[in-house]
Design a binder for this molecule. Structure first.
Ligand code: GDP
Ligand code: IMO
Ligand code: MG
Length: 439
């Protein structure tokens, strides 16, 4: 048995969807534990592309059961669209997708508020999916959970209470009556659609753990977008770090046995906020086009930077990452010498650790090291030894410098384009992780 958390080790879009799906062989359950349809996880299987937002990537793997945990915020509309979209692609979710009764629902007024705040100059570059306002209601203890949504009288009462509470802000945007109308427009149909998927997912997971089945917990976003440990306030409103997995899925923290971090071979970020290793525009444009660095959810161009070891060490620490998967090594090919940020400098000082101060985060400049670049097409390599020597050296150097094993190297979007490196495991957590990888 093994319980593994897969987390993003940067600002999201590291390729978690692909890596989670790659690890599918041995699991009986995969659970998303936070975030909502702000996430966009692209998985390519046999040349066919799937974009997932709410549903865990393993829905594509027949026989695996999927959970949307209580830490996730769920738009019933988006849930229905995603399930139906997958059905059109031949993937059925019935009987193997379970939505937590404790997840909070995103309603049209959350989306309205998110968009309004973004457009009114107070924005941080959100995805405008209503994520922040929905989590605000949850923390304010006025949120509406899936179990409340399923009970029409309870739901109606809560909506009318919440519209009153939020009326000062909402009435600036639309009359309350029309907002309420929108909430109830498709309510009965959506409630009936959701009902068969709803379950006590914490109970399902605990039963699986009792039977010694393998469970994988999939994060959305990444460590630097974490509400507590990210570049606050330019963060999302949940906890993508591994600690969030226990809370958002309802299993005990001691059940989590290992944590795999996913990082790109360079760095990207969508939205506003500090980005110390951000590249100058010409090189960034080149990498963006080469790596198709446009958001899966919003289509926005991603900002591009060099790999940032200060940031990565921070992510490794706050999630207790035991090993890393590195993606998009193929994209770096042919881009010249590889720059890596190894420290920050700020006002003449050298910083080895990620700073808390928002001012320092904004003003810190990278201390960079240049490593030898590599050329050629990496995407057909299936063994580490088939990679150009300088590409191998880059991975080995990272492993040594960060003092963390890198057992997975990804060289293309397709599942086939994944290299597993046999690595000597030294800790129980690493052994558990390797058990998942089937080696
Ligand atoms: P996620 O949000 O962490 O799941 O990542 P996204 O799916 O938003 O973004 C990663 C993008 O890179 C997707 O389009 C993937 O198909 C693609 N991808 C993943 N791994 C690789 C890789 O090793 N090489 C290349 N070229 N693309 C990759
Ligand atoms: P995946 O799971 C990259 C960013 C937004 C914005 C900030 C807050 O695909 O890695 P929100 O809508 O959550 O309130 O926006 O977080 N963001 C992401 N960036 N990948 C994601 O998810 C993201 N989800 C949110 O761009 O800066
Ligand atoms: Mg993404």
């Amino acid at each position: 048995m093994s319980t593994l958390v897969v987390v993003g080790a940067q600002w999201g879009d590291e390729g978690k969807g692909k890596i989670v799906h790659f690890l599918a062989k041995k699991a009986s359950y995969v659970a998303r534990y936070q975030g909502g349809n702000n996430a966009g996880h692209t998985v390519v299987v046999g040349g066919k592309k799937y974009a997932l937002h709410l549903i865990p990537s393993w829905i594509l793997m027949r026989g695996v059961r999927n959970i949307i945990g209580s830490g996730v915020v769920v738009s019933p509309q988006a849930f229905q669209e995603e399930v139906l979209g997958l059905e059109k692609q031949g993937i059925s979710s019935r009987g193997r997708l379970f939505l937590s009764l404790g997840a909070h629902v995103i309603l049209p007024y959350h989306i309205l508020l998110d968009g309004f705040r973004e457009d009114s100059g107070r924005g941080i570059g959100t995805t405008k999916r209503g994520i922040g306002p929905c989590y605000e209601d949850k923390v304010a203890r006025i949120g509406i959970r899936v179990c409340d949504y399923l009970e029409p009288d309870v739901f109606k009462g809560l909506v009318s209470q919440n519209l009153k509470i939020r009326s000062a802000e909402l009435t600036k945007l639309k009359p309350l009556a029309s907002i309420e109308k929108e909430v109830f427009k498709s309510y009965d149909q959506l409630r009936r659609f959701l009902q068969p998927y709803c379950a006590d997912t914490s109970l399902l997971l605990s039963q699986a753990l009792a039977k010694k089945e393998n469970v994988l917990l999939e994060s959305a976003q990444g460590a630097m977008l974490d509400l507590d440990f990210g570049t606050y306030p330019f963060v999302t409103s949940s906890s993508p770090i591994a600690g969030g997995a226990a809370i958002g899925s309802g299993i005990g923290p001691a059940s989590i046995e290992s944590v795999l971090g996913v990082t790109k071979a360079y760095t990207t970020r969508v939205g506003l906020g500090p980005f110390p290793s951000e590249m100058e525009s010409k090189r960034a444009d080149f990498l963006r086009e080469k790596g198709h660095e446009y958001g899966t959810t919003t289509g926005r161009p991603r900002r591009i930077g060099s790999l940032d070891l200060v940031q990565l060490r921070h992510a490794i620490r706050v999630s207790g990452i035991n090993a890393l998967a590195i993606t998009k090594l193929d994209t770096l090919s042919g881009t010249g010498p590889i720059e890596v940020c190894v420290a920050y400098k700020w006002k003449g000082k050298k910083l080895a650790h990620f700073p808390w101060s928002r001012q320092i985060q904004k003003e810190a400049k990278p201390v960079s090291l240049k490593l030898q670049g590599f050329d050629g097409d990496l995407s057909s390599a299936r063994r580490f030894s088939e990679l150009p020597k300088a590409a191998q050296d880059y991975v080995l150097w990272l492993e040594k410098t960060l003092q963390i094993p890198i057992p997975i190297v990804s060289v293309g979007p397709d599942l086939k384009q994944t290299i597993v490196r046999p690595i000597k495991t030294t800790t129980i957590s690493q052994k558990k992780l390797f058990h998942f990888m089937g080696s």
